[in-house]
Design a protein. Structure first.
Length: 538
């Protein structure tokens, strides 16, 4: 209670300082006062009496654990939700925002993590889609305005390029320009760097700085504290839907931010124990995969995964990471190559084009935590115990399914991984993203695998949940498990992994020693082919 009072008092002082300091304008661009939002007839409180300010010429970072109410709060500002109570002021005037159109009319635009673009249209066509302008549509004039916005803020974008030919960062650029084209000067970005390379992140930050210099107000929602330190002016922290405190970024540390988010002292060090054994566990040779429509996803990729190590997989989104893990797990048809599994006695077993049931019947213990948690990993409408049973219902000779063991396993996972749930009979879809991931990882680890594969295991998770997953991965490594970890946060990948396989356009760009590389080098390998053929890059 004292700590919360301290932070709230500090926040009050910060607000006063911000309003009388050297900022060009003392009236906040946005002031949200005592905002409350509930769901399920008041049973779930997403936000409770939350008050924040953001000024023009300022970048505000909004931090909090999963389920803390960050996105809900911004969804109210952008018109997706309507608050149950509280007030919103824009430039000192109270406003009512009932729809995204209302928000845009007030100059507020939100760029969501998942893009809403039409692939077959050009950048300009996507940007003007839905706009009602007088007279005949003039695409040439619209494209010139898009180009002017790019020149003003430092974007790199061809107004006539089709979306299906764009990189992830280019698609994000289209989304940002879309709201700027509509004259938004208060921008909200939700996890803007989630799938960007370090170089693309630097370019985005340069653009945001240009917007800040132009007097725009920017709010970013992110879990990457190093980036918060780099780009933001102030940080507001939410916990369990309530406002906890405000910090001036230049006067705070990532440790202080984390402690405020979690409510206790949290270690930010990722342990990297030395590899154990390092015997070959998987030998991948010339693996080639095409999508159903004939697009080459993996092109003659070769590498080895060793027991007792964490092998990181890095690459721009869509570089073949998903297809690689699914091919190993028997979920993806391959065109050619070899996936050789090495047994404990050194015997080799070919897994190419073997489905998961055949792999399991061979006595091979592979565990896979897929990217799609509630599609491929778990069944959202089933409870925790039944989701545990998905791994074991074929076991045994009895025609009746054993329900006791899955319930016991569910209780064990909830207890050991601190899963926040009303009970094991709760439908998985009712859990937060972090708790869903704990359930999935706990189930797969309970199989005592010799190979554990994870795809974006901490995507969208808060600091506390993320470090729980990192610790689980390291525990498996210590037991001699070969861990294959696909990640998008290069800082974490370099700290956690022993070696890093880098993919670029479906090809092997290089294999790097994680202890000797840095994220800029990894980023360069992600965007250009270097050491094709699987040779180790020292």
């Amino acid at each position: 209670m004292i700590g919360t009072f301290h932070y709230n008092l500090k926040h009050l002082l910060e607000l006063v300082n911000k309003e009388v300091s050297g900022l060009d304008q003392q009236v906040p661009a946005v002031a949200m006062r005592n905002i409350t939002k509930t769901f399920n007839s008041g049973a779930v409180v997403a936000n409770k009496d939350v008050s924040i300010n953001v000024f023009r010429g300022e970048i505000l970072a909004l931090l909090g654990e999963n389920g803390s109410g960050k996105t809900t709060l911004m969804n109210m500002l952008s018109g997706i939700y309507f608050p149950d109570d509280g007030q919103i002021f824009v430039d000192g005037k109270e406003v009512v925002i009932r729809s995204p159109k209302d928000a845009l009319d007030l100059g507020i635009g939100m760029i969501h993590q998942h893009f809403k673009l039409v692939d077959v249209l050009t950048a300009t066509e996507n940007i003007i889609l839905g706009l009602k302008e007088e007279g005949k549509l003039d695409l040439k004039k619209a494209a010139q305005r898009v180009k002017d916005i790019c020149d003003q803020y430092g974007f790199e974008l061809d107004p006539y390029q089709k979306v299906y030919n764009m990189s992830v960062s280019q698609k994000q650029t289209v989304e940002i320009i879309k709201v700027l084209y509509r004259k938004a000067d208060i921008l909200i970005l939700d996890e803007p760097t989630a799938v960007l390379t370090p170089q693309e992140t630097n370019s985005l930050f340069n653009v945001l700085r240009n917007m800040k210099a132009d007097g725009k107000a920017v709010i970013i929602i992110t879990h990457k504290l190093n980036e918060v330190k780099e780009i933001s002016d102030y940080v507001d922290v939410l916990r369990h839907g309530e406002f906890i405190g405000s910090l001036k970024t230049s006067e705070s540390t990532t440790q202080e931010m984390t402690n405020m988010m979690v409510g206790r002292q949290v270690s930010l060090n990722i342990d990297r124990p030395d590899p154990v054994g390092q015997d070959p566990r998987l030998k991948i040779k010339d693996l080639t995969v095409r999508s159903e429509d004939g697009v080459l996803k993996l092109d003659h990729v070769s590498f080895e995964a060793l027991g007792g190590e964490v092998l990181g997989i890095a690459g721009i989104s869509g570089s073949g990471q998903k297809e690689l893990l699914e091919a190993i797990a028997g979920l993806q048809v391959t065109e050619e190559g070899s996936i050789m599994y090495v047994n404990e006695d050194g015997a080799e077993e070919e897994l190419l084009n073997q489905d998961p049931n055949k792999i399991r019947r061979k006595g091979i213990t592979l565990s896979f935590v897929p990217e799609d948690r509630l599609g491929m990993g778990l069944v959202g409408n089933m409870d925790l115990a039944d989701n545990m049973m998905l791994r074991s219902f074929r076991a045994g000779k009895s025609p009746f399914t054993d329900r006791k063991a899955p319930r016991k396993l569910a209780e064990q996972v909830v207890d050991e991984l601190e899963v926040v749930t009303p009970g094991i009979s709760t439908a998985v879809r009712r859990l937060s993203g972090g708790n869903v991931q704990k359930v999935l990882v706990g189930r797969e680890i309970a199989e005592t695998p010799r190979v554990l594969m994870t795809a974006y295991a901490v995507r969208g998770l808060d600091i506390n949940s993320s470090y729980t997953i990192y610790n689980l991965i390291n525990e498996q490594k210590k037991k001699g498990v070969a861990v294959i970890y696909v990640g998008e946060d290069l800082d974490v990948l370099i700290e956690l992994a022993d070696r890093i396989v880098v993919l670029c356009d479906g090809k092997l760009s290089g294999i790097l020693d994680a202890r000797k590389t840095d994220k800029n080098e990894v980023g360069l390998y992600m965007t250009s082919l270097h050491g094709e053929g699987g040779e180790e890059n020292e």
